[in-house]
Design a protein around this ligand. Structure first.
Ligand code: AMP
Length: 402
């Protein structure tokens, strides 16, 4: 049997197909430019020996429904999903579940309506996620569809961590609070870390660092998230590829008065022209590291990125009291020994002691990079949000007795 994982953008469908029950990945694909005359599907079929068979096709696709139709026909031809009835479920990544969704949820019309009501909280993401859900429900009517929310893992934050110190009516009437994102990744690596340490998730305290183009930190206490750096939106927290992260909220009013910029314009600047890109013109960490030697702006961007992460680690050590492991994941966290080393330097008195040789040479899905005697373990774990969504989809389908 098979399970499919879907992540929809406004004109794209990213998908993976997994075998069950072993969750081996069978295929991964991307359909782009939906709604245009040259929609394009690229798919990689995964062979057992680790190699891929790649194919790409171009043809007009009017909407996401036609996208799913195309995906199904390519998968049928390639004998990945020979018949729709082989699918035990379809898991959809949904960015914002608000306070309504604390766990993966089998989708019915009520769930669709609830996700729609959350659009004001995630106007950039939830509409595209819904587009995908509704098209998949129409194209695969008999197959259980499950929504897996980026916010769900952080629904365990205590009130003193999730409330902002603003008039309480803003929370009760407008749902203003910290939600946190990247939940599937923080959950996945925290489970992997516990297993690697030979402990139950309920017995470990972790600081998980998801450092990619988007970046966030979570404080995980006995298996549950108790604080995280992203907030009402993914803009809060760390310095990111193009997002500012933490800034003085009064900066908005000052700039609006000084420049005449509208709220929408300012929002765009803070989301897509700030962060690393705003500081040095580049948002790709590889390029920034390459240039940092002779380019003062790139060096500053790198310093700011690492400094902000270090500050969060310090504050989450205070939150957790005892930390068993620090976990690096995401494109930067998994691949940059330079960034890991800079973040951890100076934290030795807090028990975080990196072995530079291990740090420089680590590879594979999970690696320890701490010195043997270090009180806090430092791990590099390859995140796998898609496989986690597949696992949670199967679990939700079984739990619902479908
Ligand atoms: P993600 O959003 O998780 O795909 O991560 C993307 C980020 O990871 C980009 O900033 C990349 O430059 C960064 N990245 C990927 N590989 C490396 C590497 N070897 N060294 C530094 N940064 C990397």
């Amino acid at each position: 049997m098979r399970v499919a994982v879907i992540n929809c953008g406004s004109s794209s469908i990213k998908y993976e197909v997994f075998n069950t029950p072993d969750l081996a990945m069978l295929a991964t694909g991307l359909i782009e430019k939906i709604g245009g005359s040259e929609s394009c599907l690229r798919q990689r079929k995964c062979r057992a020996d680790g190699t891929f068979k790649e194919q790409s096709h171009t043809k007009p696709l009017a909407d996401h429904y036609e996208g799913f139709e195309f995906m199904a026909s390519v998968n049928k031809e390639d004998r990945i999903v020979k018949d729709d009835s082989e699918l035990v479920g379809i898991g959809h990544r949904v960015v914002h579940g608000g306070e309504v969704f604390r766990e993966p949820t089998v989708i019915d019309q009520e769930v669709v309506a609830a996700i729609r009501r959350l659009i004001p909280l995630a106007p950039l993401h939830n509409p595209s996620n819904l587009l995908g859900i509704e098209a998949a429900m129409a194209r695969f009517p008999g197959i259980p569809q499950v929504a897996v929310f980026d916010t769900a893992f952080h629904q365990t934050l205590p009130p003193w961590a999730f409330h902002y110190a603003v008039p309480s009516a803003w929370y009760t009437e407008y749902h203003v609070r910290k939600y946190g994102f990247h939940g599937t990744s923080h959950f996945y690596v925290s489970r992997e870390a516990a297993q690697h340490l030979g402990k139950e998730p309920e017995s470990v305290n972790l600081i998980t660092l998801h450092l990619g183009n988007g970046a966030s930190v979570a404080a995980v206490q006995r298996g549950v998230s108790v604080d995280t750096s992203m907030g009402l939106t993914p803009l809060e927290g760390l310095v990111m590829g193009t997002r500012s992260g933490d800034i003085d909220p009064a900066l908005h009013f000052y700039l609006m008065r000084q420049t005449g910029m509208s709220a929408d314009e300012l929002e765009k600047f803070l989301n897509s022209q700030s962060g690393l890109k705003g500081v040095c013109g580049l948002n790709d960490m590889r390029e920034i590291i390459d240039r940092a030697e002779g380019d003062a702006r790139a060096a500053l961007a790198l310093d700011m990125f690492c400094y902000r992460v270090k500050k969060y680690i310090g504050s989450y050590i205070a939150v957790l009291g005892r930390v068993d492991a620090l976990v690096f994941t995401g494109g930067i966290g998994e691949n940059s020994a330079t960034v890991r080393s800079r973040i951890c330097s100076g934290l030795e008195r807090m028990g975080i002691i990196v072995d530079e040789q291990r740090n420089a040479t680590c590879s594979g899905n999970i690696a320890s990079i701490h010195e043997e005697s270090a009180p806090v373990k430092t791990l590099v774990i390859r995140t796998d949000e898609e496989r986690e969504i597949a696992r949670q989809t199967i679990h939700a389908v079984k739990k619902a007795g479908l």
